[in-house]
Design a protein around this ligand. Structure first.
Ligand SMILES: [Zn+2]
Length: 263
């Protein structure tokens, strides 16, 4: 699933290709990718509008239109936005095609969970922005009844962290995913804060993690999968201590960690 670094990479790859373009029309092949409105309403609200901004909020992509409306795209499990040449053949998993004049923007989604809406995402602060501070994190940790895995996955606390980066962040911080958030000492909260910033920044620098489906708008894979230390590494030895990485289920998600290094 695209998380913050992947959606940020997609955004950066889309900006030079679609910013300033006019949406001449859109064809929706699968109505369920349009959320909370009819396809007719969706088409009417986007057709003829210019794309004036592209931003990311958590795992959402926000497309600002000249009508002052913001189109929200959530890629969920397998959504992709691909910029392709005009009139090219449509993939069988392409569910909407935007006519941008000289190019087309294809929304492709094998699992069909993602799509478009005009609702603004209700998410917490951006972990790489200034409003995400060590004090904010400590306050949220102390007030939480969750374990650290569930805490990091809660989009209302911090925007954009999913399963892969949560596991990598906890390894970087040396903290167990089973640990209750409220039990962290101040220095451990600081380690978590630094790990969140470090791992997400590295993820963006390597243009995201391609394990299954993720590609940017030019169909290019990311590179961070080569730097993962625990995610998907069950049965491999820990790069820090040599013990085996294990996989357990926490917060309803597959969780990878080193029981020796992460306390
Ligand atoms: Zn270890």
């Amino acid at each position: 699933m695209p998380e913050l670094p992947e959606v940020e990479t997609i955004k950066r790859s889309l900006i030079p290709k679609i910013l300033g373009k006019i949406i001449h029309g859109v064809v929706v092949y699968l109505p369920k990718v349009v959320k909370n409105m009819t396809v007719e309403e969706f088409t009417r609200r986007v057709a003829g509008k210019k794309i004036i901004s592209l931003e990311r909020r958590g795992k959402y992509l926000l497309i600002g239109l000249s009508s002052k409306e913001t189109l929200t795209v959530h890629l969920r499990m397998t959504g992709k936005l691909l910029v392709l040449s005009k009139g090219c053949l449509k993939d069988k998993h392409t569910h909407a095609v935007f006519d941008l004049g000289d190019v087309e923007l294809h929304y492709n989604d094998v699992r069909q969970f993602g799509g478009f809406s005009f609702a603004m995402p209700e998410v917490g602060p951006e972990p790489l922005e200034e409003d995400f501070t060590i004090d904010y994190l400590r306050t949220k940790l102390k007030a939480s009844k969750k374990n650290l895995k569930a805490f990091l996955l809660d989009q209302k606390i911090i925007a954009g962290i999913g399963n892969i980066y949560a596991d990598e962040i906890l390894f970087e911080a040396g903290l167990s995913p089973k640990r209750l958030a409220a039990t962290l000492k101040d220095y451990e909260g600081e380690k978590l804060f630094k790990a969140i910033r470090k791992v997400l920044t590295l993820g963006i620098e390597h243009r995201g993690t391609s394990i299954r489906d993720y590609v940017d708008s030019e169909n290019r894979q990311g590179g961070f999968q080569h730097f993962l230390k625990v995610y998907g590494k069950e049965g491999f030895t820990c790069v820090r201590c040599g013990n085996l990485i294990i996989r357990e289920r926490h917060a309803g998600r597959s969780t990878h960690y080193c029981p020796n290094c992460q306390k």
